[in-house]
Design a protein around this ligand. Structure first.
Ligand SMILES: [Zn+2]
Length: 366
């Protein structure tokens, strides 16, 4: 491969095709990880891309292949994730370049300090003849293991909303205030939290988490007057997600009214669901079957570089099983046999993809 580092710090290796058509397939994942994420988050997908090129033993295809190790996917340093993959779709703007880290170093300065030049960022963009992106990533979840399947094809990456709900009552003495005269914000919140979980159990694929609860005044002998909750909700259909949020807000309003509480609601974060390209999902499934691996479709509960690339080019994401349910742990394990299957399926993917190439052009997709 001809290797280079682009202006966003992405490590790139180009494996040329049998001719210089310019048609290009990207394969990659990220090189950074959050603290204690374990040894396989991201980097396994990069190593797999390189292993695939090695397994080709010099065989060429009617397209070129670029293996990418994305920089700064997790957003630890500048608070914005996917910096590496954003560079490929033109989503590092001036404002983002001026964003500062905890030591007051801007992204632009960090790029310069690394010996790169932010003004070269346009060179990092996907070429017009790039027709697909393939990412391998550890599942970091228990689903594949529970299904006894080594690999899974991701159909969609969930949409995600985070919002704050506040119940406001009145602080009063827990010894002198009879039950019927209380305006207990915490009891109201508890009633509503139960409804949030019930909702998740009744909507297929819905994930709800009341992740933080702050109680005021939080003192012994005092009936709580204020409860603020941070709620995280995810689903692969934006319509279902928004419908559920609206229903839960209505229920919160009802609880507040019944208990003579005030109620407040702020939406803090909204990420739309991203559907992986159906044509590529089909080819990835076929590649899995051809390598002797039972195919299984699943939904990713959090974001990946493939989600960013999918804005510009058809993208596919294949999960590799994580063992023992350790999804965020330095002791995370994977099986070498699963990795071998990933390489075998990757080789089938490379053989099958020309059929897809002929049917899809990037300009039609955009
Ligand atoms: Zn990752």
């Amino acid at each position: 491969m001809r290797t280079s580092v682009d202006a966003a710090g992405n490590l790139r290796g180009l494996y040329s095709g049998e001719s210089v058509s310019g048609d290009r397939l990207l394969i990659g994942s990220h090189l950074d990880a959050v603290p204690n994420a374990g040894p396989y988050d991201g980097v396994l997908g990069v190593a797999l891309g390189i292993a695939l090129m090695e397994a080709l033993e010099g065989k060429r295809f009617p397209y070129e292949i670029e293996v990418i190790g994305f920089s700064e996917e997790s957003g630890q340093r500048f608070g914005t994730p996917f910096l590496g993959s954003r560079a490929l779709v033109g989503r590092i703007d001036e404002q983002l370049l001026e964003t500062k880290d905890i030591s007051e170093i801007s992204l632009r300065e960090a790029i310069t300090d690394y010996g790169l030049d932010a003004s070269d960022l346009p060179d990092a963009l996907v070429t017009p003849d790039t027709f697909a992106f393939l990412e391998y990533h550890i599942e970091r979840g228990p689903v594949l293991e529970s299904l006894h399947k080594p690999l899974g094809v991701v159909e969609a990456i969930v949409g995600r909303s985070r919002f704050t709900v506040e119940f406001i009552g009145e602080p009063s003495n827990s010894g002198t205030t009879p039950m019927n005269l209380r305006r207990d914000a915490l009891s109201g919140a508890a009633e509503w939290i139960g409804m949030v979980e019930q909702e998740a159990n009744s909507v297929n694929g819905l994930l709800t988490t009341v992740e933080k609860v702050e109680v005021f005044p939080g003192a012994t002998g005092v009936i709580p007057s204020n409860v603020t909750m941070s709620v995280d909700m995810r689903h692969h259909s934006d319509k279902t997600l928004n419908g559920t949020i609206a229903r839960l807000i209505e229920k919160a309003r009802h609880v507040a009214q019944k208990r003579r509480l005030r109620f407040d609601f702020h939406r803090n974060l909204d990420h739309q669901a991203v559907v992986m390209h159906p044509g590529l999902v089909h080819i990835a499934e076929r590649a899995l079957r051809l390598s002797g691996c039972p195919s299984s479709r699943l939904v990713s509960g959090y974001g990946h570089d493939a989600m960013i690339l999918a804005e510009k080019i058809p993208s596919a994401l294949i999960f590799i099983r994580t063992l023992d349910g350790l999804s965020q742990h330095p002791g995370m394990q994977i099986s070498p046999a699963d990795v071998e299957l990933a390489i075998a399926s990757g080789l089938h993917f490379l053989k099958e993809i020309p059929g897809f190439m002929r049917k899809t052009s990037v300009s039609a997709y955009a």
